[in-house]
Every structure is written in C-alpha cells, then in structure tokens.
Design a binder for this molecule. Structure first.
Ligand code: 6PG
Length: 474
C-alpha cells in the first residue's frame, strides 16, 4: 500500500466502527481489524476511501505508518491482555498501543509498566459518549505515555467534541490516570442516574403525577441550571412510545438495573483511599438491590406499602423544592467524584489537573452538564482547591437549595418513599460542615474493647484508658 494508514483500530463493534468513521471523516486514513469476518466486511462496505478493513493482524499492522498507532476497543479484562500479546508479535519498539475500553485502572497500571519495559508506548484512554459520541465527537481521557499522546493529539483533537471551540480531550496524567478519571466519570454517572430515578419515584408515587406531567418537568429542568445530557435523554425516554401503543416503553421495562462494574470500582477505589463518596456508593448498592427482585416481591407482601402523597397543596411549588433538592444532590455527587480525583492524585502521583478534567467533561461525555462550567471555573480559579463545596460560588448555590433538599428528604422518609441518594447527599453535607462529629464516642468504644487508643483535644500523643467500672461514675 502506497499511502499508509495513520490510525488502526482493533475491535469493530459499534463503538470501534463509529470512531473509525469519525476519524475518516476528518481526513485521516485508517485501518480496522476484527476477528469476525462479518464486522470487517461491514466496515469495508461503508465504502469510505479512508477506511480499510482487515481480517489478518499482520496485514493490518503492516498497513500502518510508523510509529504505528493501534487502538483497542475490546471488552475490559483478559481479552485486552490477549490482544496485547498478539500485538507484541507484530509491532516494533516505539509503536503506540491505546486501550480505549473501560479497563480497570489497576490493570492499566500493570500494562503500562509491562509495555514500557518492552519499549512500546502505552496509552490508557477513557472514552465517553457512547455510540453516538464515538461517531460525532466523544470526550476522551488519555493517560500514560505523554510522548505518545503528542503523536495522537492532532487526530484526537479533531475527532473529539468541541466546546467553545476547544476539544474535549487532553492528556490526563501518568500511567493509569486516564482510566482512573474515566472510572470516576462513571461513578458520577451512576450517582446522577440514581438521583434522576429517585426524582421520578417522588413525582410518580409521592406526587402521583402521570408520565406526561413528569415529562414536562424534566423538559423544564433541562432548560435551566440542571441542563445535562442525562436529563436530556430522560426527557426523550418520557416521550417514547412503541408504535401503535398508548403507554410508554418505559413502563414495560423491568425494574432491575445491570452494571458492568465501573461504578463498583469507583466505590472500591474510594474506600481504599479512605475517601468518602456515599452518593456513588449508594447508587451502586441500589442497582444491586434492584436485582433482588424475588426478595423484594416477598418482602412487599409482608410490609405494607404506606407510600403516599408527600404534598397535598401546590404540586408546582413542590416541584421547585424538588429541583432545588436535585441541584443540591447533583452538586454533591460531582463534588465527591472530584474529591476522589484529588485524593487519587495525591496518592498515586498522577499529575492530574482537576480543571482540565472538568473542562473536557463539558462536552461529549455522559455526565456533561451546565454545572460542569461551574466546576471548571472553581478549579480554574484555584488549582489547589481540595473540595468543590469549599468554592465560594458553589457554596452560595448549595446554600440556597438547602431548604429544598431538607423538605424533600424528610417528606419522603415520612411517606415511605426511598430516595437514598438524595438522603445521603444531605447527610454527607451535614457532616462535611460539622466541626464536631460524634466520632469521639467511636474512638472511646474502640479503646474500651480493643485498647485501640485515642487522641485528646488538649494534649498531643495517643492515650489508652482502662475503662473499668470503678472509674465510671453513674
Ligand atoms: C460512557 C459510558 C460507557 C458505558 C457505561 C455503562 O461514558 O460512554 O459510561 O462507558 O455505557 O460503562 O456502564 P454500566 O453498564 O456499568 O451501567
């Protein structure tokens, strides 16, 4: 082949094929490889002169110009390792491998080291935006080898979504930084999806609103400060009917949510770093609880459903409180995710820039939203900001929505409506702003039964007490 391809893709599922078409649209000649002949044929049948499909790995890599750039979009896990092994036989030192899947950051950490030792450049890159994003402009979070990123940059910046004329891609940081950032993106994604589903529960059960009314609320919210991709698609879901059917498709869908694992990984990483992300954690747990359908059905026969109208007067007035509550909890979800990134950066020496992350999340990705402009502004103003809730502007906004979330959480609790992500956002906040938590008692208890010691307010050092009865005055 005379003119060699600038980019190679392994894995021609919808994401891989769409991303290649996006690259080709921007004038880059590219190659695709898959071990399914049908997928290769489908790619070639697109008829684009810039796209070339291969079912032989050697022919595929031989078609690439040096340094060869090969991106994998294959399911996370062992498949990534086996594809890398195959590639080692056909790539040369100095070539670049990109893992664009949702790989676990610990795997990426290991692969970075292994490939560096072999003289290959490795880029672990989170890609967000789903199939449509891949085709029209995703948000991309590359990390690892910065020298390799410089080679990829001209292509990635062209195919990314653009916000205010700037691409939604940037180098994230060292080693597994890109996949860590994408994992946290997904943790926030789980939290916001859970919050939306809880707002649906309040409107449906607590305010007894019908689908049309709920649709109107989401549409209105998405026109204001809550504007976001997830609310936009929710609005569309509330308008989607099967052909020749009256009801919404939504009402026919089982209430059991699946998960591929990135949310769980976020909570696990947060726990390992001793960094609280309760809104994300509860969102993972609620998907798991939703799967326990049989148990839930059994329990529903024992315990009466006492849920009912949370508010009898003006629904409109209550919807405003709910909007405030949603805003408050959504801010908390983003704040917890950003805090986790802050801590991971400290521990793992990733060299992350939180403002850059917020900047590239403003477009293309699943958690893109109006509020990301505020997050970007906060970290851009103060690159050392440890927690989003300490930003002056965010604090002002959050303060004005407090009464809304207090009303909604307490009303829901009184009326048997489960909104754990809203409640945990509020509980987190009330302790985050609590100068004196009741954890002195936990320290005393630990020392009592296990001699684990405690520290004193007025004196340096660690102390232990024999908490025997004679020293305790009733
Ligand atoms: C994205 C999405 C994408 C994927 C989720 C789904 O950013 O484009 O996050 O990566 O759709 O991983 O995750 P679950 O199957 O765990 O809900």
């Amino acid at each position: 082949m005379e003119n060699k391809n600038a980019f190679g893709m392994i894995g021609l599922g919808t994401m891989g094929s769409n991303l290649l078409q996006n690259i080709a649209d921007h004038g880059f000649s590219c190659a695709g490889y898959d071990n399914s002949r049908d997928k290769v044929d489908a790619l070639n049948n697109l008829g684009s002169e810039n796209i070339h499909g291969f079912s032989d790995l050697k022919e595929f890599t031989d078609s690439l110009k040096s340094p060869k750039v090969v991106m994998m979009l294959v399911p996370a896990g062992e498949i990534v390792d086996s594809v890398i092994n195959e590639l080692l036989a056909v790539l040369d030192k100095g070539d670049i491998i990109i893992d664009g899947g949702n790989s676990h950051y610990i795997d990426t950490e290991r692969r970075s080291k292994e490939l560096e030792d072999k003289g290959l450049h490795f880029v672990g890159m989170g890609v967000s935006g789903g199939e449509e994003g891949a085709r029209r402009g995703p948000s991309m979070m590359p990390g690892g080898d910065e020298e390799a990123y410089e080679t990829l940059k001209p292509i990635l910046e062209k195919i990314a979504a653009q916000v205010n004329g700037e691409p939604t891609v940037a180098f994230m940081g060292n080693r597994s930084a890109g996949h860590f950032v994408k994992m946290v993106h997904n943790g926030i994604e789980y939290a916001i999806m859970q919050l939306i589903s809880e707002s649906y529960e309040i409107m449906k059960k607590g305010l007894q609103m019908n689908n049309e009314e709920i649709h109107a609320v989401y549409r209105k919210w998405n026109d204001g400060r809550l504007k976001s991709y997830l609310l936009e698609i929710t609005t569309e879901i509330f308008a989607y009917r099967n052909e020749n059917e009256d009801g919404l498709l939504l009402d026919e869908i089982r209430d059991q949510a699946k998960a591929k694992g990135t949310g769980k990984w976020t909570s696990q990483a947060a726990m390992d770093l001793h960094l609280p992300t309760p809104v994300i954690d509860i969102s993972v747990s609620m998907r798991d609880l939703s799967s326990l359908k049989d148990l839930r059905v059994e329990a529903s026969k024992i315990y009466d459903d006492n849920s009912g109208m949370v508010y009898q007067k003006s629904i409109e007035e209550y919807i405003q409180k709910l909007e405030d509550a949603f805003y408050f909890a959504m801010v908390s979800a983003y704040a917890q995710g950003m805090h986790l990134l802050y801590q991971a950066n400290e521990n793992f020496k990733y060299d992350l820039n939180l403002d850059t992350i917020a900047k590239i999340w403003r477009g293309g990705c699943i958690i893109r939203s109006e509020f990301l402009e505020d997050i970007y502004a906060a970290f851009n103003k103060n690159s050392k900001l440890e927690h989003l809730l300490l930003d002056e502007n965010v604090a002002k906004e959050i303060s004005s929505t407090q009464s809304g979330i207090r009303a909604v959480v307490s009303d829901a609790a009184l009326h048997g409506i489960s909104i754990p992500a809203f409640s945990s956002a509020l509980a987190y906040f009330d302790n985050f702003r609590n100068e004196n938590m009741p954890t002195n008692l936990i320290q005393a208890q630990r020392d009592y039964f296990g001699s684990h010691t405690y520290e004193l307010k007025a004196k340096e050092g660690v102390f232990h007490t024999k908490w025997v009865m004679e020293n305790i005055k009733e």
